[in-house]
Design a protein around this ligand. Structure first.
Ligand code: ZN
Length: 292
């Protein structure tokens, strides 16, 4: 089964909901960045929330999530768009700790609890929306819940989970976001709160192999869920050798000349996907002729 996301309504449109399977997305991130277990969970949870938040956008809109919690993994940066494409990295991928008191990966310790979670949405026409909240938990699901309530004024619930094998590979990953629509009945809120108390944590639901549709059915009851749309999601970076070539041209003749003299070549590195692009002396000479 490949990764995909569903958009849905529940309780006759009183709730808007998203659920996603991101096992392949997080596996790709883990492989590219060689993240250790706790770092994989932190990055994976953010990629999972990010791909769902991207799905809330339209057309060519995109967003960037930056989590800087002051912990040992440093900054988590995730980019996503409305097409189900997401990419991201952490400053220090080689972070792992003993399990916490609940027997789970200690994401809070890796992320830290002293910094901020910020979101910048590029909604086109050079229009940006940005919001920033303090880290309240460090476990990330609660932090995104707090972000929606505070920065976007939409009462929401965010659940994100990543399970990692002892050999660092990803066993399962996924999550959900649901949002209460204006005018929701108190009785509906009570019902959902009751169900939330009794269902298993999201990581368990994903481990059990529940599809995104089934996760929403767990949350709201089978008869209450109305699936609107299903879309594939993937780890995808926009970098290319051409883009880096353009950036090198932009540095100007003098700068390129220095590179040729000092190193005889240049290596460009994409932080988001850890891809490296080598430019030979001949290629740099060619770029130099195109520069000013
Ligand atoms: Zn890249």
């Amino acid at each position: 089964m490949n990764d995909y996301l569903v958009k849905a309504l529940a309780y006759d449109g009183q709730i808007r909901a998203y659920a996603v399977r991101t096992t392949d997305v997080v596996s790709e991130a883990q492989r590219r960045h060689d993240t250790w277990r706790t770092a994989s969970a932190a990055l994976g949870r953010t990629l999972t929330a990010g791909v769902m938040m991207g799905a809330m956008l339209k057309g060519e809109n995109k967003l960037t999530i930056k989590i800087d919690g002051g912990g040992p993994i440093g900054v988590i940066l995730v980019d996503s768009n409305a097409k189900g494409e997401v990419r991201g990295y952490v400053s220090n991928p080689h972070v792992d700790f003993e399990a916490n008191e609940h027997g789970k990966l200690d994401v809070r310790r890796a992320v830290g609890v002293t910094g901020t979670l910020s979101v910048v949405k590029d909604v086109g026409m050079r229009d940006f929306f940005s919001g920033q909240v303090p880290i309240v938990s460090g476990e990330l699901g609660e932090d995104f819940t707090y972000y929606f309530a505070t920065s976007e004024q939409v009462p929401s619930s965010v659940g994100v989970g990543v399970l990692v094998n002892p050999d660092d590979s990803i066993l399962a990953a996924g999550g959900f976001i649901f949002q209460l629509m204006p005018g929701i009945k108190d009785a509906t809120i009570t019902k959902v709160e009751e169900r939330l108390k009794t269902i298993s944590p999201i990581s368990q639901l994903v481990k059990q192999g529940l599809t995104p549709e089934e996760i929403l059915e767990e949350l709201f009851g089978k008869e209450q869920v109305n699936i609107l749309e299903k879309m594939p999601v993937q780890f995808k970076c926009v970098c290319s050798k051409e883009r880096f070539a353009d950036a090198i041209i932009g540095l100007g003749t003098k700068e390129i000349e220095d590179m040729i003299i000092e190193d005889g070549q240049a290596e460009a590195h994409c932080h988001f996907c850890n891809e490296k692009y080598l430019f030979t002396k001949e290629e740099l000479e060619d770029l130099k002729t195109q520069a000013k």
